[in-house]
Write a protein that binds this ligand. Structure first.
Ligand code: 1CP
Length: 330
């Protein structure tokens, strides 16, 4: 598998190609299915979720599929009901509440495992299946805020007020997510990715003291290669390896070689085209993809991806141009 070879830093004729949020609203066939089924129904029904997982791979010939689910989906199996409107929405919890959450009940996320098994059975042998979860800090950010936010002040202030309880709460989430990822591997995931979408909000010290160690605990002992992704975290890149993932996902803010030098060239890297490039035109997309690949041409351990999730307004012809240009990179 090209994806596993890149994570093992083998020399390849071209990097593996996939992109975050590749199963989603920019795809007409996804919107078609979502007209018939709510997001909750689509994620909870293995046949539908597996179909959505496969859609972008069929259309673009990608080297990896990512299971269709959400970082907030497993929290229901810890007793926290979450609605999607379309972002996650829930009754905000206190830090005490989070520290007292029960461990994830794996029987209640069996639908995710069935989705993985169905998708794995349909995928070509050389296409990797990616399982995922939210990192403890990012999950806690949504749990304390009750939904999306620009600055997630609730989690940041709670962590300052009571660092010991915050660390405890984060480690509880880490334990559950570690088991959740291992179950995904057992169900067919070839690689797992941890999304720490809001880790970039914290200081270097808080990352080293609490946020990073909680992400590390999530990955500890897993039996498949792992990727840790945190966008808008240029100030933390030197410390990414403290998470002890196999590879690291970065956004577009720094040139890819600069980010790679900061993380360390011995670690595989994933990224990092600006999703805004996909709102231009096929010629511009091709030029930008080629320019990006020229900066790391031939380096073992690069996985082509966007620097964050694809924007829902991205025209299909631009996405096709991106994949074609990335695959021509031999
Ligand atoms: O209306 C719809 O169709 C729902 C939109 C949607 C989709 C397609 C949501 C709600 N989640 C998803 C799927 C999803 N979410 C996937 C699988 C699809 C794929 O990648 O191909 C994944 C990996 C996620 C992960 C996710 N959810 C993250 C981490 C990645 C990132 O973008 O930083 C985060 C932060 C979420 C929360 C979330 N779920 C949905 C939305 C709109 C959001 C963002 C909310 C916010 O903070 O404002």
């Amino acid at each position: 598998m090209r994806m596993l070879d890149a994570l093992a830093r083998k020399s390849l004729d071209r990097p593996p190609v996939w992109f975050m949020r590749q199963a989603g609203r920019y795809l007409p066939e996804y919107r078609e299915l979502r007209r018939l089924h709510s997001f909750a129904e689509a994620t909870h029904t293995p046949e539908i979720a597996a179909e959505i997982t496969l859609q972008p791979v069929r259309r673009f010939g990608l080297d990896a599929a990512i299971v269709f689910s959400d970082i907030m989906t497993p929290l229901e199996a810890m007793g926290v009901p979450v609605e999607f409107t379309p972002g996650p929405s829930l009754s905000p919890l206190s830090l005490e509440d989070v520290s007292r959450l029960p461990e994830l009940d794996l029987d209640r996320v069996e639908f995710v495992m069935e989705t993985l098994a169905l998708a794995r059975a349909e995928l070509p042998d050389d296409v990797a299946l990616i399982g995922f979860c939210g990192a403890p800090f990012t999950l806690m950010a949504y749990l304390l805020e009750g939904g999306g936010s620009k600055d997630f002040m609730a989690v940041r202030s709670a962590a300052v007020r009571n660092p010991k309880l915050a660390a405890e709460a984060l480690h509880g989430l880490a334990r559950s997510m570690q088991r959740y990822l291992e179950a995904q591997i057992a169900a067919g995931a070839d690689v797992v990715q941890v999304f720490d979408s809001w880790a970039g909000l914290v200081s270097e010290r808080t990352f080293l003291d609490t946020v990073g160690p909680a992400a590390a605990a999530t990955l500890e002992g897993l039996t498949a290669p792992t990727i840790f992704f945190a966008p808008d975290a240029s100030h933390l890149l030197d410390h990414f390896p403290t998470v002890r993932a196999t590879g690291y996902g970065v956004d577009w803010r720094l040139p890819l070689p600069v980010a790679w030098d900061r993380i360390g060239r011995s670690h595989p890297i994933q990224g990092s085209l600006d999703p805004a490039v996909l709102l231009t035109d096929p010629e511009t997309v091709q030029r930008e993809v080629t320019a990006l690949l020229d900066t790391v041409r031939g380096a073992a351990g690069h996985i082509f991806n966007l620097g964050h999730g694809i924007h829902r307004a991205s025209p299909i012809e631009n996405v096709s141009a991106m994949v074609a240009a990335a695959k021509e990179a031999s």
